[in-house]
Design a protein around this ligand. Structure first.
Ligand SMILES: [Zn+2]
Length: 202
């Protein structure tokens, strides 16, 4: 989805919504504005679905990929955590609200849902990894340190000096956790063949 045109559509939707607030409920003009809002919402939902289908297909279609690793994010919890309470609204509520919007916008829930059935259809494995500290962990040496994530988009390990794009580093960490999880849960006498772990590129 094009970010700029998406932002423009979002602005236009807000303008229509403000218009609706001024217009008399049930009037012809009100109905027309309401349809405009609905059209923009429908378009965005379709874009998200489309993207989720494309990404999930891309991940499972490769014949060398047997396992897809996904961070086990709970959309419900994430949305709830941004609200905070009335007494303690939380310092980073604004930031989190922005994060939620982008997660919801990017269709994480749909991606997860599509991956579930697409991996199943092709006899591949979908592994969920607990999300704890994945963004603060070094994919090279395994050290977990908040200070390694001083910048939003960059990762710089305080222990071994490894630097990378933060998302790519997190994706590698997720893949490694998935691999360790698979090996640990191996049944006695069961062989584990070499698998290609492919983290979600987000
Ligand atoms: Zn390191």
């Amino acid at each position: 989805m094009n970010d700029r045109s998406n932002a423009r559509k979002e602005q236009r939707k807000k303008r229509y919504q403000r218009q609706m607030a001024r217009q008399q409920k049930g009037s012809k003009r009100y109905q027309r504005t309401r349809l405009n809002v609905a059209r923009i919402q429908r378009y965005r939902a379709n874009c998200i679905k489309n993207m989720a289908h494309q990404v999930s297909h891309h991940l499972v279609a490769d014949s060398t990929t047997m396992v897809v690793a996904l961070e086990d994010l709970s959309l419900k919890n994430m949305t709830a955590s941004a609200k905070g309470t009335v007494d303690q609204p939380g310092k980073q509520v604004r930031q989190k609200a922005g994060l939620n919007r982008s997660i919801l916008q990017s269709g994480w829930g749909q991606l997860r849902q599509y991956l579930l059935y697409k991996t199943f259809q092709r006899g591949k494995l979908l592994v969920f990894v607990p999300p704890h500290n994945t963004s603060q962990e070094c994919s090279r040496c395994g050290t977990i340190d908040k200070a390694s994530r001083r910048h939003q988009s960059g990762f710089a390990c305080t222990a071994c000096g490894f630097t990378d794009n933060a998302d790519r580093n997190a994706a590698r960490v997720i893949a490694r956790h998935a691999a360790y999880g698979l090996i640990r849960n191996k049944q006695p006498g069961q062989e584990l063949s070499t698998v290609t772990l492919r983290p979600i590129p987000y």
